[in-house]
Each structure stands twice: as structure tokens, then as C-alpha cells.
Write a protein that binds this ligand. Sequence first.
Ligand code: PXP
Length: 237
Amino acid sequence: MARLGVNIDHVATIRQTRETTEPDPVAAAVIAELAGADSITIHLREDRRHIQDRDLTLIGGVIQSRLNLEMAATAEMIRIALKEKPDAVCLVPEKRAELTTEGGLDVVSSGPSLKDGIRKLRRKGIEVSIFVDPDPRQVIASHEIGADAVEIHTGLYANGRHKAERKRELDRINRAVDIAREINIGIHAGHGLTYQNIHPLARISAIQEFNIGHSIISRAVLVGLERAVREMKELIK
Ligand code: PXP
């Protein structure tokens, strides 16, 4: 069975809207882990819009499973990762204006500039994956520069409005998975995955890890709201 990495960035986003201390992503990480998450994924963005440096340190210190740090391949982030030593790093492209990571990293053109950082991370025992579009060239290029795994961007599949569009994207993902298996690079997948669209991907046995955030946190808000309101009602009473 594939591992489930739970991305808890949105918990930090809620906290940052008030610049307060709740909800604490550290608590969310522990709860996700107790519920069976195989790893906790956080994205430390350059602009610190959600996850903060202290979250990275504390989550790394308290969780028993694995910490997967998504980050841009900048000198600052490589330095932080080498100091904090998460179990894994996922290199992602990052644009300040985007709502979330929009596309995979273009390893074909930027590969040589990533090589040194990847080598340093791996020397510290940190597993490195690269977030790429489901494109065989990107998968091969990731392997060539020494990544342990690729995380295949499932956003276009997830956003496909028609069945034919989703089928086309699923075929692309399957082709990328086949290439990854052939060259023996680890295979993860993520972005836009939901309770409705996970099934066809869960059937691809070669995918070793899914990283899912938005849909799980969205569901948590709804399934937890009733209890939260009841508890406040009790206090007022
Ligand atoms: N994988 C990567 C590389 C991401 O950047 C994100 C978004 O932070 C995810 C997975 C999770 O995506 P979603 O929040 O849509 O489940």
C-alpha cells in the first residue's frame, strides 16, 4: 500500500490570518500521525505565508513518522534543510504570486543548477524528490541529477473537467510511472487529490506515496465543526 503524506500547510494558513498561535500545525501533525499518516508534509515558503521556521523545527522534533519538507531549491532553503535534517525534501518551483504550487519543476532546463544542492542534501541522509509534471523527460532528468524520487504532479488530472480530459491526464501519469519504474527512481504523486478522484491513482501499485493537503484539511473543518460548535454552546450555557 502506498504511504499517505498529510500536508498541513492550511492549518498554518488559518493561524497566519490572525497572526496568533492557533491552530498550531504542530498539534495537527501529531493528530494526523495518530490517525495513520505515514508522513507529515510541510512547505516552508520563501515568503513564510503559512509554515514558519519554528513549525519546521518543532514538527521535526515531535513526530515519530517522517517529515517531508517541500521547498524551493534556493541557497537559503538548502541551508535550512541541512540544519533541520527532515527525513525527506521535495524540491518544488515557487512563485510569490501563486495560490499554490502551479506546475512541476523544469528539471530538463534547470537540472545542472540543482545537482549540487541535491548532493549536499543526500550526503546528510535526506531523501530528495523533485515535483515534476507527468513528462518522461522530466522523470529521466530527475534521475540523471541524482534525485531519489519524483513526485508526479497530479494537478491537471485532478482539475480535468471532463472524463476524456481526466483519462488523458491519467494516461500521461501512467506513462511517467512506467518510465520511473524502468529507470528505478522512487514514485510519489500529489496535488489536487480528493476523496473523489484518488481511486484511479490508488490502483497504480507502483506509486509509493501520495501527498495530500487541501482536501483532507477541508474535510477536517467540516467533520469537526459540529463538535466545535457544541462545545462552545456548552461553555456559554
Ligand atoms: N505535493 C506538492 C509538491 C505540493 O506542492 C502540494 C501543495 O502544497 C501538495 C502535494 C498537496 O496538494 P493539495 O493541497 O492540493 O492536496
